[in-house]
Each structure stands twice: as structure tokens, then as C-alpha cells.
Write a protein that binds this ligand. Structure first.
Ligand code: TRP
Length: 384
């Protein structure tokens, strides 16, 4: 019996994504919606959509309709700065960049140094602020449009409080408890926090689209309960799957288990060694058996990583699949190929990350600039 668990704090077991769609009450991302995306953007879809790494949504059909009919929409996503970012964290940001570029829309990125301080017993506020800086460099390195991207850190962009307050008046403790499982022991900051994460969905008086891993959906579910009563749109969302850890197909890559993840700041040499040593494959115990019976790409983390991100060429991926199945390809060769791809990616990313240190001002709005920006973005009724 396959047991699994998905909450904003925990992902465990072998996730059954079809079942999750039913449990969460979301919609599957259909061929039709993807086809419409390709038509509207006049583009070929990137692999995150083609290969259903993004697999589920809420109201994405309405987002496309809003775009088509000229009302437009905006993007919102975020990052909880609790440690270094790894490959699994950054992939949804690449998908978000594609959406921004193709639809030409604004993007708000929330960095929740408050959340991670409140929810992680072992992190100090100083720690989460320091990680916020480090993580922002990785996010900028993805290559967002500086004229259309606003990255803000909750502890600095305190004006967010003004938007959180009307939200906090709409959500009862019993609702929050039902959705997030709060208890008598939960700290009061944790109980207020969902209002802060919902606030950016109201930054513009247009529909908000949130590309993020599906574990964040409980926040959007609450937002959708009261959004219209405050005169805003229910937020839309595009949900991604999780990138499996190197060591197996269950759960997700975890920042607290270094052998399961490749961090964006890992030295490429070391990352290669880590993959070589820890990556689980679907191979047979001996070369002889592998040649006879073939491998199991379905059970292979190396193949999954290629499928999700590192092999954008569909034809090459399919050939690899068949070569594995037939026994022609051995796991060692396949691992070496992935290592090469990961190392190339890391080198490029780290170069862009260095450059990002000089670009922070263009993206990150704090202090006075923040207020100016906010005054433009914040809708009339709440500005007063
Ligand atoms: N709660 C998220 C995390 O722990 C951070 C976050 C805030 C976020 N706003 C978001 C993630 C919007 C996705 C979309 O990482």
C-alpha cells in the first residue's frame, strides 16, 4: 500500500500525483490548456510543461482567458530562506521565467525570512536573513526581467503588513487549524503567517497566477475562500511535482540531508562525486544481467533528473529510455552523462550568481524605493 504525505512542511513517501489532484481538489493540466498556452505565446512549450513537471492547476484556464481578452494577469512566487537552494528549488523559477518572458507580465517574489524564523526551531532571525540574501542571488541568476520583477523580503518590506491585515480579519483560527493543522502549542506568529503569504496575491487588481510546488496549495485554498469578499480575484495556480532526492524516488530533495541534494552553490567537482556515489539507478545488480534484462528507467533517479530538467531534447531522452530498457546502456555511462549536464549547469549558474551580486538593487525593493513601488502597485481601497 503506497502511503504518502504532502503538506507545506513535509513531503514523504511515493507521491501519487493523480490522487493528490483529487485530494486537493485541483484540476489536471490538460493537453488543451497546454496547447492554448503554446498558441497564445506563439512558442514551443518548455520541458517543464511538455513533460508535465507542472501537472495540476487552479483557474489557469481563466488566466489564459484574461490574457486573451486583454485584462492581463500577474505572477507571484516565493522562497522560504531556510538554507542553501538546490536543484529542486530552482526549477519552478525557470518555469516562472518562461511565463514572464512569454506573457510579458509582472512577477512578485516573496522571500519569507519571517516564516522560516517562526517555523524552524533551530534558525535564528539572523540566519534566515542571511539565507534570504544568498537565495536572492540564486533567484536573480535565473534571469528575470528587472523592469518587471519585484523581489522583496518580508522583514524589510514591512508595508506588506497593511495588506495582511484585511486578510487576517477574514480567516478564523478554526479554518487555519483545519488547513494547516495548528495546535495549542503553535506559536502565534505561525498562526498569523498565512495572511502574509496570501498578501501578494492582491498586489494588483488582476488575476494572480502562482507557479509553485503543489505543497504550497493550502495557502491558495484559503485565499480563494475570501478573495472575492475583499474585492479581488481568487488566485490561480500552476502546481509542480517534486524533484526526487538523489537517493530514491520517494519524498523530495531535502536541504537537511546533504547527500540527497545538489546545491546550486556546490563545487561542480564535488557535485559530480555526490551524484556518482549516491544517485539511485534502476539498474540490475550485474553487467551481465543488465545486458540481458535491461534497466528500469521508471525506477531511476538519474533518468528522472534528465527528464525533469537536464535533457531538454525529447528525441535524445527517448533514445536513452530505449537504450536503457534494451540493456545497451549501462548505469555508469548514464550517470556520467547526467554529471556532465549538472556540472555545465552549475558552472553557468554560478557565473550568473556572481553577477547577481551587482544586480540586487535592480530587483529588490526596500526602504523608500519599496514604498514608491508599493504605492504604484497597491490597489486604491487599501492604499488609504
Ligand atoms: N512558504 C514558501 C516556502 O516555504 C515560501 C513562499 C512564500 C512561497 N510565498 C510563496 C512559495 C509563493 C511559492 C509561492 O518555501
Amino acid at each position: 500500500m503506497a502511503e504518502f504525505k504532502v503538506t507545506p512542511w513535509d513531503v514523504e513517501g511515493m507521491v501519487d500525483y493523480d490522487k493528490l489532484i483529487k485530494e486537493f481538489g485541483t484540476q489536471p493540466l490538460t493537453d488543451e490548456l497546454l496547447e492554448k498556452t503554446a498558441v497564445l505565446t506563439k512558442s514551443e512549450l518548455p520541458l517543464y510543461f511538455r513533460r508535465r513537471f507542472f501537472f495540476s492547476h487552479r483557474d489557469y484556464d481563466l488566466v489564459l482567458k484574461d490574457y486573451e481578452e486583454g485584462r492581463g494577469f500577474f505572477l507571484y512566487t516565493g522562497r522560504g530562506p531556510s538554507g542553501p537552494m538546490h536543484i529542486g528549488h530552482i526549477i519552478p523559477f525557470f518555469a516562472t521565467k518562461w511565463l514572464q518572458e512569454k506573457f510579458g507580465v509582472n512577477l512578485y517574489v516573496q522571500i519569507t525570512d519571517d516564516e522560516k524564523f517562526l517555523f524552524k526551531p533551530n534558525l535564528s532571525f539572523e540566519d534566515t536573513k542571511r539565507w534570504a540574501y544568498e537565495n536572492i542571488l540564486d533567484i536573480i541568476a535565473v534571469g528575470f526581467d528587472p523592469d518587471k520583477t519585484f523581489i522583496f523580503q518580508d522583514s524589510e518590506f514591512t508595508k506588506i503588513y497593511e495588506m495582511a491585515i484585511p486578510i487576517a480579519k477574514k480567516v478564523t483560527y478554526s479554518m487555519a487549524k483545519a488547513v494547516f493543522g495548528f495546535t495549542e502549542q503553535s506559536k502565534i506568529g505561525m498562526i498569523f503567517y498565512p495572511a502574509i503569504q496570501a498578501a501578494p496575491t492582491f498586489f494588483e487588481k488582476r488575476r494572480c497566477l502562482i507557479p509553485a510546488a503543489i505543497d504550497q496549495d493550502p495557502y491558495w485554498r484559503i485565499q480563494r475562500d475570501f478573495a472575492e469578499s475583499l474585492g479581488y480575484y481568487k488566485t490561480a495556480a500552476l502546481h509542480s511535482k517534486f524533484v526526487p532526492p538523489l537517493t530514491g524516488l520517494e519524498g523530495k530533495m531535502s536541504a537537511s540531508k546533504p547527500e540527497t541534494a545538489v546545491y546550486l552553490t556546490d563545487d561542480p567537482e564535488e557535485a559530480g562525486k555526490k551524484i556518482w556515489k549516491f544517485a539511485l539507478t534502476g539498474g540490475q545488480p550485474t553487467v551481465k544481467e543488465q545486458r540481458e534484462k535491461g534497466g528500469n528507467p521508471e525506477k531511476c533517479v538519474v533518468f528522472k533528473w534528465l527528464e525533469i530538467f537536464f535533457e531538454p531534447d525529447d528525441k535524445a531522452l527517448l533514445e536513452r529510455y530505449h537504450a536503457c530498457k534494451s540493456g545497451a546502456l549501462l548505469c555508469g555511462e548514464c550517470k556520467r552523462y547526467l554529471i556532465k549536464k549538472v556540472q555545465e549547469f552549475l558552472k553557468e549558474h554560478q557565473k550568473r550568481r556572481e553577477k547577481a551580486k551587482d544586480e540586487i538593487e535592480k530587483f529588490k525593493y526596500t526602504g523608500e524605493l519599496a514604498r514608491e513601488q508599493w504605492d504604484k502597485a497597491i490597489p486604491e481601497p487599501l492604499r488609504r
